[in-house]
Design a protein around this ligand. Sequence first.
Ligand code: G3H
Ligand code: 13P
Ligand code: ZN
Length: 325
Amino acid sequence: MAVCYRDLGLVNTREMFAKAMEGKYAIPAYNFNNMEQLQAIISACVETESPVILQISKGAREYANQTLLRYMAQGAVEYAKELSGGNAIPIAVHLDHGPDFDVCKSCIDFGFSSVMIDGSHLSFDKNIEETRKVVEYAHQHDVTVEGELGVLAGKEDDVEAEEHIYTQPDEVEEFVKRTGVDSLAIAIGTSHGAFKFKPGTDPKIRLDILAEIERRIPGFTIVLHGSSSVPAELVAIINQYGGKLKDAIGIGEDQLRKAAKSAVCKINIDSDGRLAMTAAIRRVLAEKPAEFDPRKYLGPAREALKELYMHKNVKVLGSAGHAFD
Ligand code: G3H
Ligand code: 13P
Ligand code: ZN
């Protein structure tokens, strides 16, 4: 039987994005696969009073089971209420990189409040066709839809792209009009994972292309994927305690801050959370080799994650303090 996200206490992204556009900040979109990640996201966002988008990828659905994830997300609303003493922050549950109509439909029927249909590997016309189909179904249920134009370099689910294919500004207006999407993910030099730039190259994203896209579709919500900053201190801790992450480079916080002040209203971050958890776990296991209670390393990992998300909300995305605008 189909479930409506509103009955779970969730919201879609429409109002979140309108407020973020107006207030010149970006909503954090954090991926989760397990309880500790979810607890860290919710407690960080409650404490900083930030709205939040909980992202579930195809890989997360396979890893954790989509029924469990759905109930966890539903539980997150109650958890947020409990932490804040009654009034929950706005929480959306979003399908990250939906591969096709069927997966998007199943998530909508399953209580997701927002979905991404990632047709970025299709031709322009096929991308429009698939995206339009998802929008028609989603909007009947008041679920919001993110589309994507342009291809991010790096690995994304099972698809690997060698080079960036930047979003072409002269395609965005037609794409947005013909599909009816609520937001558009663009490729301007961000990429997934912890190795976003080659050492020795200038680690810059193309804010000029972003500005041109904004000029073509003024006031329309833009999304940035692949926006982890890959903090050097986390990479150093991982390597200090036996890890081997060579030449890991992310997107500078200054560039993300600029983007968040523009029409970019949603910023996707996953890898930084993975780094924070891994660094904390490696440290505990190296310093206390006799430890074998998972709570003794997952607890510090959760604490490190929470700190990371609070920092992002306050210092990078600017979403802190906007939960009850
Ligand atoms: O876009 C990719 C996200 O980081 C999700 O990663 O597909 O490994 O869960 P995943
Ligand atoms: P990062 O790998 O940079 O964290 O990007 C995550 C993302 O875009 C999820 O869709
Ligand atoms: Zn992504």
